[in-house]
Design a protein around this ligand. Structure first.
Ligand SMILES: *Cc1c(COP(=O)(O)O)cnc(C)c1O
Ligand SMILES: [Zn+2]
Length: 390
C-alpha cells in the first residue's frame, strides 16, 4: 500500500491511517501522503494517464484506501474534455475546454469523492455516513451509501433545490432540512456524526479521505489535453475541488510527466464570496461571510466556523499564480443559458460561475487570447431547473 497516512497542513504532524478529521495538536486540516518513490518505480506516464478500467479506484495506488477485492463504484470519472467553440468565438478566447463532470453517475463531480469515501468507510469498519450538503454531496453520498449498504443521513440548508432533495430520498437516505444556511447544516451534521460515531463526509476539508477522489480530474485532464492547460477554472465553496485538482497536477510534475503547473482560478458568486474578498484585499486569511444570498446554491458556503478552509484554498490559488474571481447573479444566469444554447450543456447555477468568470479574468488582464483554459462543469442543470436561491 502506497498510502502512508495524513500530514497536518498546519504543523506538519504525521498521522497513520485512522478515523481522523483534523490535527489534534493544532486543529488544521489534513492531507493524505503517499510513498511516491514506490509509485514511480513501477509506472510510465502512459500507464497512469491512460489507465483502462472504470471508476476512480483504478488510481487506487494514490488514493487513501487499502487493496480490496470488491471495491464499490458506480463508474464515476472518465468524463469528456470538450472543446468549446461557439462561446470561444463570442469571447474571443481561442482555447476553452470544459471538463464535463455533469455526466458522472449522480450528475456532479462529487461522485469522485464519495466513491473514495464509501470505500474508506469499509476500510475503517464504519456502517453509517453523515454529511452536510448544498445538495450534490448529499446526492452522491446517498447513492454510494446505497450501493455499499451503509446508513446515510444528509443535512441540507432550507432552499436546496427540490430535485436534489427528491434524489436523496430516492436513494433511501434520511434527509434533514436545516433552517439556516450551509454553515448551520455543517454544525448539525458534525455534532450528529460525532454522537453516532458515523463517518462525516461533508465536502469541506473536513474529511481527508474523500477529497482525494477529486485529484483524478487532473490525471484525466493531463491525458486528454496532452499536457497542462494554462488555466483551470473551478467554482469553489470552501475549495477542496480546486486544491485536489492542483494536488493531482503536482503529483504528475513530481513524476516528471509534466513540466509546469496550471494557474488555478477559484470562482465564487458575489453574493457569497469570502475567498474572493480576501484575495482582492490581499489578506493572508479568509474571514467568514455574513449572509450568503445567491442562486449559485451549490457553492454558497459562508465558511462560518471553518474560515481556515478558505485560507487553505486561497494559499493554493496564490501559489499557482492564479486568481479568485467573483461573478454576479446576472452573469451566472446569462452563462447558464449561453452554455445550454450555444454548446448543448445544461449546468446548475454554481457551475455556470466558471464560464462567467472567463469574462472577468480577461477584463482583469489575467488571460491572453491564445492561452488554454479548462473550466470544470461541476453539476448538471437538471438538478436545479427552477434555479433556486439560497
Ligand atoms: C461542491 C460543488 C462545487 C465546489 O465545491 P468545493 O466544496 O469548493 O470543492 C462546485 N460546484 C458544484 C455544483 C458543487 O456541487
Ligand atoms: Zn497540526
Amino acid at each position: 500500500m502506497l498510502f502512508l497516512g495524513f500530514e497536518c497542513t498546519g504543523c506538519r504532524r504525521f498521522y497513520p491511517p485512522d478515523l481522523l478529521y483534523c490535527c489534534s495538536s493544532c486543529g488544521a486540516s489534513l492531507d493524505a501522503v503517499y510513498n511516491y518513490e514506490r509509485w514511480l518505480a513501477s509506472l510510465s506516464a502512459e500507464e497512469w494517464l491512460f489507465r483502462p478500467g472504470e471508476g476512480v479506484l483504478k488510481y487506487r495506488e494514490l488514493l487513501p484506501l487499502r487493496p480490496s477485492a470488491s471495491p464499490i463504484s458506480l463508474g464515476e470519472g472518465n468524463t469528456p474534455l470538450l472543446k468549446i467553440r461557439n462561446i470561444s468565438n463570442i469571447m474571443n478566447i481561442e482555447n476553452i475546454y470544459i471538463k464535463n463532470e455533469t455526466v458522472n453517475p449522480t450528475l456532479s463531480f462529487k461522485d469522485r469523492a464519495q466513491a473514495v469515501a464509501v470505500n474508506a468507510a469499509a476500510d475503517l469498519g464504519l456502517s453509517d455516513v453523515i454529511c452536510a450538503s448544498t445538495g450534490n454531496t448529499g446526492v452522491a453520498a446517498a447513492a454510494y451509501a446505497a450501493r455499499a449498504g451503509l446508513g446515510c443521513l444528509v443535512y441540507v440548508p432550507a432552499g436546496t433545490p427540490e430535485e436534489k432533495l427528491a434524489i436523496i430520498r430516492a436513494f433511501g437516505a434520511e434527509l434533514r432540512i436545516v433552517e439556516g444556511n450551509y454553515g448551520d447544516a455543517y454544525e448539525q451534521a458534525a455534532r450528529e456524526a460525532l454522537g453516532r460515531g458515523a463517518f462525516n463526509l461533508t465536502s469541506t476539508y473536513l474529511n481527508p479521505y474523500s477529497i482525494e477522489g477529486h485529484k483524478t480530474i487532473a490525471y484525466e485532464i493531463a491525458g486528454a489535453f496532452g499536457g497542462v492547460p494554462d488555466w483551470i477554472v473551478v467554482p469553489i465553496g470552501a475549495g477542496p475541488l480546486l486544491s485536489a485538482i492542483y494536488k493531482g497536477f503536482r503529483e504528475l510534475r513530481l513524476a516528471g510527466w509534466i513540466d509546469r503547473l496550471p494557474r488555478m482560478a477559484g470562482v465564487q458568486a458575489a453574493g457569497c464570496a469570502p475567498i474572493v474578498k480576501a484575495f482582492e484585499a490581499g489578506d493572508a486569511d479568509v474571514a467568514p461571510w455574513d449572509s450568503p444570498r445567491t442562486i449559485a446554491s451549490g457553492i454558497a458556503d459562508p465558511l462560518t466556523t471553518y474560515p481556515a478552509d478558505g485560507t487553505r484554498t486561497l494559499r493554493i490559488i496564490r501559489e499557482s499564480g492564479g486568481a479568485a474571481i467573483g461573478v454576479d447573479e446576472g452573469d451566472i444566469l446569462g452563462f447558464r443559458e449561453c452554455l445550454a444554447r450555444e454548446e448543448g450543456i445544461v449546468v446548475e447555477a454554481a457551475s455556470a460561475t466558471a464560464m462567467a468568470a472567463l469574462v472577468r479574468l480577461k477584463e482583469q488582464g489575467w488571460l491572453d487570447k491564445g492561452q488554454s483554459i479548462v473550466t470544470v462543469a461541476t453539476g448538471h442543470g437538471l438538478k436545479d431547473m427552477a434555479v433556486s436561491t439560497i
